[in-house]
Design a protein around this ligand. Structure first.
Ligand code: CP
Ligand code: NVA
Length: 302
């Protein structure tokens, strides 16, 4: 039993991330040229969701279809993970039917537990701690738009959350420097910052202008993630100075791109005119979720 999971970008070396990106790029080119081959014919991906989704659900399902396979959507109420039956039993049962499991969960330990007990590859489709599939698509987007990844500066503005954590686990390995601006008390987890600093430069600040200064990429995400709805009002007050708007973008490199994983709140973390303006690549990011995950599915499931 020689399976590989994709639970965390901390488990992937620089060369392996690049292999995923090159595979994704080839698949994107083949798809656009109408030359795609059904390399995952008769393969089935089970998709477990404890939280809502647009991009993750649709891009994985479309990706499996385009590769000749099939995906099964298991909505939050369908299997009631950990409530109707144990995570261990779900992992073992799905492994008897399916060729892979993708899971969007609350606790990161749930996706780790699935991976431990499944005999097929397990993919993290977002946990409270990490969102590795998002960063795979985002790296493809940065590479396409900038022609390189190495030597670029990314400014993270907002909450030190799951998406920020996955950036920290990948970007310094690929030679990107990170400057992370959060309100005090909302910094990324210290152990993930420490991990990232083994590979490259990571600055933490509470000043969004300082983070954005000279940045090639400006990235933001919601102030209250899924599961933090009760804190939304309090967070809105604390995060107000961390809004990505035209004023803040003046401090970035003139050719900087603006990124957001979506869904966005246009009256909060990002101004609509910036998200839909000439520097924005948010819909490329959304599209590249598809191509990046197809690369992942081919490498893990074939
Ligand atoms: N970016 C992202 O993961 O979107 P969804 O929550 O819609 O899947
Ligand atoms: N940080 C956000 C990302 C959504 C794709 C959340 O976890 O809700």
């Amino acid at each position: 039993m020689n399976k590989r999971d994709f639970v965390s970008l901390a488990d992937y070396a620089r060369e392996e991330i690049w292999e995923l990106l090159h595979t994704a790029k080839q698949l994107k080119i083949a798809h656009r040229a109408g030359q795609e081959r059904p390399v995952l014919r008769h393969k089935t991906l089970a998709m477990i969701f404890q939280k809502p989704s647009l991009r993750t659900r649709v891009s994985f399902e479309v990706g499996m279809t385009q590769l000749g396979g099939h995906a099964i959507y298991l909505a939050p109420g369908d299997i009631r993970l950990g409530e109707r039956e144990t995570t261990e039993d779900i992992a073992k049962v799905l492994s008897r039917y399916c060729d892979g499991i993708m899971a969007r969960v609350f606790g990161h330990e749930i996706v780790e537990e699935l991976a431990r007990h499944a005999s097929v590859p397990v993919i993290n489709g977002l946990s409270d701690r990490e969102h590795p599939c998002q960063i795979l698509g985002d790296l493809l987007t940065v590479w396409e738009r900038k022609g390189r990844i190495e030597g670029l500066k990314l400014a993270w503005v907002g909450d030190g959350n799951n998406v920020c954590h996955s950036w920290l686990q990948a970007a310094p390995k690929l030679g990107m420097s990170l400057s992370v601006a959060t309100p005090a008390g909302f910094e990324p987890l210290p152990e993930i910052v420490e991990y990232a600093r083994q590979f490259g430069s990571v600055e933490l600040t509470h000043d969004p202008v300082e983070a954005v200064r000279g940045a090639d990429v400006v990235y933001t995400d919601v102030w209250a993630s899924m599961g933090q709805e009760a804190e939304a009002e309090q967070r809105r007050r604390v995060f107000r100075p961390f809004r990505v708007n035209r004023e803040l973008m003046k401090h970035a490199h003139p050719d900087a791109i603006v990124m957001h994983c979506l869904p966005a709140h246009y009256d909060e973390e990002i101004a609509h005119e910036v998200a839909h303006g000439p520097q924005s690549v948010i819909f490329d990011q959304a599209e590249n979720r598809l191509h990046a995950q197809k690369g992942l599915l081919v490498l893990l499931l074939r």
